[in-house]
Design a protein around this ligand. Structure first.
Ligand code: ZN
Length: 339
């Protein structure tokens, strides 16, 4: 549960008194709506709900839910989202799921997935409680699947609750809309989102957030993939150290998280040392060739000097006088030891 969802959560609890058979959560993408809905699903199934409406997290029902095998719970998503952990790939416009088969995983919810719910809804519940179906994003229902779902929503089986989520209501069939109770989820305020991103350790959080239109989870995702690029730029340099490369790379890494840079460099040096001693690589096996070349060429004394410098740098990485100078200095020092 994210801080900007608290008020909505409280508001949602009022619905528990007379639970509609279908709730359609709608709101902007990248703010955690699917996770919110899944928390509610878990709370509906929980056998020992807390006074604030949250699931207890420790009853048998919660245990099954958290292991993804609750007999009275089904989650329906496009195949392309199934490779990702629950609630994370939720709003991704282009899910990055990789299929093991050669065929690209479907981005649609198909009629077979809706038909498969029929059996689930025809047997009595295991815990004599509710049956909960979570479905998202609702706009990925293709036409046959929409029509099949519509039939179910027209004659809902007793004790069954549908929780749907959508980022674009205008892409849903009006007949589906009319059969669901709508529940709006808010966009967090800029301050709220910014504070949360900073807590996650995102550097330059304000620009990431702005670039993602204020959606904090989308910003986090981008910031993290941004740091992957930075890591590659750093590792590429560490594999081929040179003075001019140091200055160019420092330019590229100007916005990177300094503690992260130092940590990556420390791991790299660990690997070089380890290859030298035992031939083993722990962190960066994909750089096996480069690590072996360095290990063969750099003396143990120089390597120790580089490791000591990196350890000292780690201590000041949180408060450097100038980020750019810090990175340049770090890369030049490494060059003097390892080039
Ligand atoms: Zn529980």
């Amino acid at each position: 549960m994210y801080p900007w969802q608290q008020a909505a959560w409280t508001r949602l609890q009022q619905m528990r008194e007379r639970l509609p058979h279908a709730i359609l959560f709608h709101g902007p993408a990248g703010v955690g709506n699917a996770g919110f809905m899944e928390s509610f699903a878990q709370a509906l199934l929980c056998e020992n709900v807390r006074p604030d409406g949250h699931a207890c997290g420790s009853c048998a029902s919660c245990g099954w839910f958290l292991q993804n095998n609750h007999p009275d719970y089904r989650r329906v998503r496009p195949e392309a989202l199934e490779d990702e952990p629950a609630a994370e790939g939720e709003d991704a416009a282009e899910p990055a799921g990789k299929s093991k088969s050669s065929k690209a995983p479907s981005k649609e919810i198909k009629i077979e997935q809706i038909r498969a719910l029929a059996d689930f809804m025809n047997i009595s519940t295991h815990r004599q409680g509710l049956r909960v179906v979570v479905l998202y994003p609702a706009e990925s229902l293709n036409m046959p699947a929409s029509n099949a779902l519509l039939k179910t929503l027209e004659e809902p089986p007793p004790g069954t609750v549908f929780l749907l989520s959508s980022n674009s209501l205008d892409r849903l069939l009006p007949t589906i809309l009319s059969r669901c109770r709508k529940f709006a989820l808010p966009m967090p305020s800029h301050e709220e989102a910014l504070a949360w991103l900073k807590e996650q350790g995102v550097q330059d959080a304000d620009s990431w957030l702005r670039e993602q239109g204020g959606a904090p989870l989308a910003a986090l995702l981008e910031a993290e993939s941004g740091s992957r690029e930075e890591m590659e730029a750093l590792l590429h340099f560490l594999a081929n150290p040179a003075v001019d490369g140091a200055l160019r790379t420092a330019e590229k890494l100007a916005k990177a998280s300094l503690p992260a840079l130092v940590a990556w460099q420390q791991r790299w040096l660990y690997d070089v040392f380890s290859v030298k001693l035992s031939g083993k690589i722990r962190y960066y096996p994909r750089y096996q060739r480069e690590l072996a070349a360095l290990a063969g060429r750099v003396s143990t004394g120089s390597l120790n000097r580089a490791i000591k410098a990196a350890n000292e740098r780690r201590a000041v990485a949180d408060h450097p006088l100038s980020a750019k100078l810090f990175v340049e200095d770090m890369l030049l020092e490494y060059t003097s030891c390892c080039a």
